[in-house]
Design a protein around this ligand. Structure first.
Ligand code: UDP
Length: 249
């Protein structure tokens, strides 16, 4: 029997004007919402994205409207620590993996959809997960380089299949714009922007080693793996400076 428990609204904390949600267990909260069929947009907040909201009011508005904003980046967790909030990092990729396992483990597996990444990437990611979780109800995939003439057919597919969880990997802020614009198609679904997770699941890229992740240094590894990110990453020292000024300035 389905529970009628409606998950409580999480406690919020403002990170330089962007609200992040503080919960002891994000997966459990989302599981309840999926069971209830409550449409949910999950934003995985990091320092770079926080700085982006200052020059992108639409992105700020979308994050504000999202039902759940998780502390994805090390910068967010360190910021929270400055104020005595001891919340562990909740990387979007790990939450997404937990959601996939949870979806496949249901007596009637929840349906999931992968959208984004290069054509060979999204199909390899799908294959990997299907092998790992044979019960996974992956009801479709779509790469993220769709021609405009093919878009209506894709939207129709989403609308007909009504997946319960939709993973959107188009990068920030494209995926956030896309979800905000199209979530009406599957109003009961959980939508989550997963950035480059398909590349990792497809084994085209790797995550930072655990010791770097545990020391809040995943960004160093990303810079090493994708040096062209350096310009985007200038937002990190800027964020650190703003965080210190907000606290001690
Ligand atoms: N991507 C896409 N369509 C586009 C642009 C990008 O599907 O038009 C994909 C790209 O192939 C990659 C992901 O979006 O898989 C972006 O990954 P990135 O690690 O840059 O994400 P971010 O750091 O912005 O979250």
């Amino acid at each position: 029997m389905q529970s009628t428990f409606v998950p409580e609204a999480p406690r919020q904390f403002s990170i330089l004007g962007v609200s992040v949600d503080l919960l002891p267990d994000y997966l459990q909260w989302l599981t309840q919402r999926i069971i209830q069929g409550l449409g949910t947009h999950v934003v995985t907040l990091n320092a770079e994205m926080t700085m982006q909201t200052e020059v992108d009011p639409l992105l700020a508005e979308i994050i504000e409207a999202a039902e759940l904003v998780i502390p994805d980046g090390a910068g967010i967790v360190l910021y929270l620590r400055l104020y005595g909030e001891q919340i562990p990092r909740c990387p979007g990729i790990e939450l997404s993996e937990a959601l996939l396992r949870c979806a496949a483990a249901q007596p009637q597996p929840w349906s999931v959809f992968f959208f984004g990444g290069a054509p060979e990437v999204v199909s390899a990611a799908a294959e990997q997960w299907q092998q790992r979780l044979p019960k996974l109800a992956l009801v479709g995939t779509q790469h993220g380089y769709l021609k405009s003439e093919d878009t209506p057919a894709f939207l129709e597919t989403l609308s007909t299949r009504q997946p319960q969880i939709i993973f959107v990997g188009l990068g920030v802020p494209r995926q956030e714009y896309w979800i905000a614009q199209h979530r009406y198609l599957c109003p009961h679904a959980l939508w989550i922007g997963v950035g480059g997770s398909f590349d990792i699941w497809a084994k085209r890229k790797t995550r930072a080693p655990k010791w770097l992740r545990n020391n809040n240094l995943e960004w160093v590894y990303r810079l090493y793996q994708e040096p062209w990110r350096w310009r985007r990453m200038l937002a990190l020292p800027q964020f650190a400076w703003r965080a210190l000024m907000a606290k001690f300035g």
